[in-house]
Ligand binder design. Sequence first.
Ligand code: G3P
Ligand code: MG
Length: 252
Amino acid sequence: MQKVNSENWPYPRWLAHRGAGELAPENTLAAFRIGASHGYRMFECDVKLSSDGIPFLLHDNTLNRTTNGTGIAGEHTWNDLSQLDAGSWQSRGFAGEAIPTLANIAQFCLKNRHFLNIEIKPTIGQETPTGQVVAEHAARLWQDAGVPPLLSSFRPEALASAQAAAPHLPRSLLLDTLWPGWLETALKLECAAIICNHTLWDSALVKQVQGARLRCMSYTVNDAPAAHRLLGLETDSIITDRIDLFSPQEAS
Ligand code: G3P
Ligand code: MG
């Protein structure tokens, strides 16, 4: 498996957010398929743990918005979660779409030679075990792959436990604000990249991050002027919902 660092960076410029943005139910296999059909080769997804320790894809802390279940997702067993409909909320055509496990998505990405950014999105209070278990599963699932998945999180505790469990998997710190100590934290976690809310990037921040030998990535960029600004700043990667607007081949 390739050792990923800022000098040895294998990932493409464009990532489809939550699989395919808004054209399919987020964080489902259907979303990944639509993203791939639009030419995307790298995907971001959100991963948390079931109550019995299975990593699965879901953004929110609760099931309410994106499934026909209710309550805190991480308090349900995988057997319960696997029965839910994660598609009907988006449109009737996706009725019956299941919540995928990380293993389901790994299989899809590995078979198709797609790259993956796994955002560790812990149930509140489960930061340390989630980072550990997601990293352990990712290390096992990608053990024969040429390029590892890129782990990311807003939660340094989750990245720290991922680092302890699978130090060879590349990490990136997600930032919605430039909180005190963010760069020191990223360096301590031996991150390969910073993924910022795209509005935070300016030339001084790019210089600071590049000077620390980290790659510069952005979320979630959904309009052409914003993308143009980020490309002009020479940032590295853009996570978007608008797979219908940005063609990865033409726009890179
Ligand atoms: O990983 C980038 C982006 O997904 C972070 O925000 O809330 O969409 O997971 P969110
Ligand atoms: Mg995310």
